[in-house]
Design a protein around this ligand. Structure first.
Ligand code: TXA
Ligand code: MG
Length: 342
């Protein structure tokens, strides 16, 4: 298959070009498009055949449900059987934006979208190109992140081309995404609501709107309720070792491991948050010095280590506050080894 690449000037939603992509969605094709979090791989959510193509192109397990993207707040109540009062509050505070709500599904949602569950995940993105594409398609768009299953999510059209060129109809290129980690997923069918995936809307921000929120995203022995959270994810080809603890400890441990792995003939990469670091390795990437900057760059950095052909990546842990919670969740999922505080 030949993939058409539609290039846009940044986030400007050129009507003619987006109409061209919308026609592909309406005909049952696959279109990768930018959102404020990561690029999505979209298909008509109410066309079961089109939805099946998403799973095939990504190599995604069929038991992992998709997020349905809408361009209007009213669509939450069309696609869900019920929008609870707490859900309404979250919608009015955070939509459009990087928040996905899991609600009881309506009859409009086929089992290929929901992977057999009786719920549906719905999100209204804030990216002008995503909104325009959904509006011009005149259908809700089912879209997972536009990467091959298991790879880091795409935060630039270049990443989508690496993973899916030749496998999908269209890639809309609007440059880099702003947030860099995926949306926050909250299950509204439980009381209190349950945070299933930390993301672009922080836990602290959610707590300002709903006072209680349970956490269940497969950390520290908890069982993941979101089917997607049980797979190894976001992973570079290299082995990723996440090192946590006090700064002096972390630095010392990383330096010790660099020596050890190099003696074994390995190429070593380091992902750091310190501008003034004194590391010496085969690839040292400064991923950002604030949690927000780290979130924006993390998936690109993971792909970059593979390009630099390192065997092992040593990553510094960050505090789990604000965007730090989502960053650490992604690093833990990508890691083969966790080195905790001594
Ligand atoms: O920011 C994002 O959310 C991006 C952009 C493209 O919108 N999308 C995205 O989709 O990250 P995906 O498929 O890569 O991740 C969706 C997550 C998965 O962990 C999936 O298991 C979970 O949401 N999910 C989807 N439907 C669900 C449901 N009904 N119940 C529980 N979890 C669900
Ligand atoms: Mg994904």
């Amino acid at each position: 298959m030949k993939t058409t690449i539609i290039k846009l000037a940044g986030t400007i939603a050129d009507r003619k070009k987006i109409k061209q992509a919308a026609r592909v969605i309406r005909k049952g094709g696959l279109v990768a498009f930018p959102t404020e979090t990561v690029y999505g791989l979209g298909a008509n959510a109410v066309d079961a055949q089109a939805v099946k193509k998403i799973f095939k192109a990504k190599g995604r397990p069929s038991d992992n449900p998709l997020i349905v993207h809408v361009a209007n707040k009213k669509d939450f109540s069309r696609l869900a059987a019920e929008v609870t009062p707490a859900a309404k509050k979250l919608i009015s505070n955070f939509c459009p934006g990087p928040l996905t709500l899991v609600l009881k599904k309506s009859k409009m949602i086929s089992s290929s979208v929901s992977a057999g569950l009786d719920t549906v995940a719905i999100r209204m993105p804030s990216h002008p190109v995503a909104l325009k594409l959904i509006k011009e398609s005149k259908v809700p768009i089912a879209a997972p992140s536009a990467n091959l299953s298991g790879k880091p999510s795409p935060t630039d059209a270049k990443h989508v081309i690496e993973d899916l060129n030749g496998k999908i109809d269209v890639i809309i290129d609007a440059g880099k995404t702003k947030i860099g980690v995926e949306s926050t997923v909250v299950d509204m069918t439980t009381n209190p609501p349950t945070l299933l995936r930390p993301g672009g809307i922080t836990r602290e921000a959610l707590r300002r709107v709903v006072d209680k929120i349970a956490m269940r995203f497969g950390r520290g022995g908890q069982i993941a309720k979101s089917p997607g959270m049980k797979y190894r994810h976001y992973a570079p080809n290299a082995k990723l070792i996440l090192i946590e603890g006090r700064p002096t400890q972390v630095i010392r441990k990383i330096k010790k491991r660099v020596c050890m792995y190099r003696l074994r003939g390995k190429r070593v990469g380091i992902m750091t948050i310190r501008r003034d670091h004194t590391y010496d390795a085969d690839a040292v990437i400064l991923v950002g010095t604030t949690p927000t900057a780290v979130a924006r760059n993390i998936f690109h950095a993971l792909r970059e280590f593979d390009k630099r052909r390192v065997d092992i990546v040593l990553a510094e842990g960050i505090a789990e506050r604000g965007m730090g919670l989502a960053v650490m969740n992604r690093l833990r999922k990508a890691a083969t080894t966790l080195v905790r505080k001594a």
